[in-house]
Ligand binder design. Structure first.
Ligand code: 2AM
Length: 178
């Protein structure tokens, strides 16, 4: 079985800037610079023959390349249940278009449709018992964060391997946008 997801990756300088946002929140586990990405679709565990079908379906996607701007930071969950600190993106029809194409390609491969609304974000940290005031201060202080525009000219199929520490992500294949 392979644990898969589809994501956008970012150039080194952008990843360094995102990683540079980290710090100052007790109970936060920060994503390493190399692991920062924007998930288009989490697939989960699939057998190898289905993974091959998924690869083929993703390779068949045609969608235009586009420019993306990263904009602001936020949190999923609130109060004592704050779970994830993230960086956001400016609204992008091209991004939504690509995500919809990925979604329908995967449904055609027999995966169940994603029920949750697409809310594009880059996970900066996972939180456990983070003090509310420190989370609030992080968001205030980093609220003006912006990066880009950057050219998005491919998307990537990743394998995730869970272990003792942070998950290890391996790029299996890149699919060009035209
Ligand atoms: P997250 O960063 O918001 O947690 C690899 O795990 C990627 O897939 C992560 O970016 C994660 O998003 C995303 N993802 C979406 N749904 C998931 C799920 N049910 N389990 C694990 N990861 C999921």
């Amino acid at each position: 079985m392979l644990r898969l997801f589809v994501a956008l990756d970012f150039p080194e300088d952008i990843r360094q800037r995102l990683a540079g946002l980290g710090g100052g929140v007790p109970g936060a586990r920060w994503t390493e610079a190399d692991n920062l990405h924007l998930t288009l679709r989490f697939i989960g565990e699939v057998p190898e023959d289905q993974a091959a079908e998924i690869d083929e379906a993703l390779a068949g996607i045609t969608a235009p390349a586009f420019d993306l701007v990263l904009d602001g930071v936020g949190v999923f969950g609130n109060g004592r249940n704050a779970r994830v600190l993230w960086a956001g993106v400016e609204r992008s029809d091209a991004l939504s278009h690509l995500q919809a194409k990925v979604e329908s390609a995967l449904v055609r491969c027999g995966l169940p449709a994603e029920e949750r609304k697409f809310s594009p974000h880059i996970t900066l940290a996972r939180l456990k018992d983070a003090p509310k005031d420190r989370v609030g201060r992080f968001i205030e202080e980093r609220g003006l964060f912006r990066a880009g525009p950057m050219r998005i000219d491919h998307f990537t199929l990743y394998r995730s391997q869970l272990g003792k520490g942070a998950a290890v992500y391996e790029a299996l294949r890149e699919y060009p946008l035209n």
